[in-house]
Design a protein around this ligand. Sequence first.
Ligand SMILES: NC(=O)c1ccc[n+]([C@@H]2O[C@H](COP(=O)([O-])OP(=O)(O)OC[C@H]3O[C@@H](n4cnc5c(N)ncnc54)[C@H](O)[C@@H]3O)[C@@H](O)[C@H]2O)c1
Length: 429
Amino acid sequence: MSESARQTVGIVGLGYVGLPLAGAFEAAGHRVVGFDIDSAKPQKLARADSYLPHLGQSLFDRLASSDRFRATCEEADLAECDAILVCVPTPVDVDRQPNLNFVRTTFEMIRRVHAPGCLVVLESTTWPGTTREVCLPILCRGGRTLGEDFFLAFAPEREDPGREEPMRSVPRLVGGLDEASQGRAVALYEQVCDAVVSVSSAEVAEAAKLLENTYRAVNIALVNEYKMILEQMGIDIHEVVDAAATKPFGFSRFDPGPGLGGHCIPVDPWYFAWAANRAGHPSRFVELAGEINAQMPKHAVNAVVSILAEDRVDIQGASVLILGVAYKKNVGDVRETPAAPIVEDLRGQGATVMYHDPLVPEFPKMRRFDVGLSSVPLTETLLRQVDAVLIVADHDLIDFDLVAEHASRVVDTRCALSPGDVKGTYRRA
Ligand SMILES: NC(=O)c1ccc[n+]([C@@H]2O[C@H](COP(=O)([O-])OP(=O)(O)OC[C@H]3O[C@@H](n4cnc5c(N)ncnc54)[C@H](O)[C@@H]3O)[C@@H](O)[C@H]2O)c1
């Protein structure tokens, strides 16, 4: 890449979304300044010390040795950037209200430091109108003007941790606040994405991102409800989904599970619900899906209680081994994981709980839960000792053959095992 084509791209927030993005711009030949308020991240990046294993060690090695990438906690370092992309958290509060504190703080900082003419793009998932109503007024403070002093767009991230698909092949939506911002943002993302989809406004891009994730939450709730109903009829939901998925049109596959997890699917629909209420038209789908999905951890616990009861083993005093505490297969992310309420519930009923998860050596303290457990090694002796095994995440690294051979009772929420393979009692839930 010629020096004139090379840009300096700032990435604010070096987490699940920001770090792969930084890697993509670096790989495309641009200079990248990665900024995070968590000082541990720049330090780890400088040492190639991986903190997101699913991204692969090679990304950390490449960034640590690159002369085009620099990670920093100094906001002044963003002053040299031609564009700044914002990838900070957008959580909900306990009452499910959107919390934009991270976004506001970040835009205050960008206003202090950005270079004249800088393109600023919000990537964090949020309600339609945020970029215009929340971010724009902050950048305009002090008499600055959109289209002259800065440019502003929304371009939602479609990262799916654990999916092999390279970022380049995932089409990128871009909605600018004016034509000039749109043009600049599209040109920037074309550097790292094969397809950039230009939409007419930031609001369309914001709403499209929420629709994508609400669609997942609602459809997962649908199969979860089907699961609970079909169980009453003695029909295996997994076989039913397999069968329905053979239809080549009109059916998209969703699989039931122990409950939602991760930063996006349990959270984003509440951003839509909040915006829907504000618009005076509450979303019934979001409320209902939230209610059904929230029942699933309890459903898994009930299955453990019942498999034990069949052998007259009381949950009070029983030992339960959870396999996989991450919210989904092959990632080490426990944010919003259903494993946390499951542990709490089992303990509340007097069970002793252990877990094995090669991707989560320590169960970190969470906002609502402090499980205080570490992963135990998965051995034949342990499997023989425990009263029940509950599969919550079916990582490839877990030795399910060992489980099938030695566990006396298995409750499987992920279809990780086949009934015929398990020597002990086996139940899907
Ligand atoms: N994780 C996903 O799969 C995913 C997918 C699509 C979209 N998103 C959205 O992307 C956004 C970021 O999510 P994530 O999963 O990357 O979060 P994350 O928690 O993994 O990373 C966010 C990073 O931002 C940093 N940060 C917080 N406040 C900051 C500030 N003021 N200045 C600089 N850095 C700050 C944190 O220290 C953290 O490193 C969210 O809006 C999320 O909904 C996430």
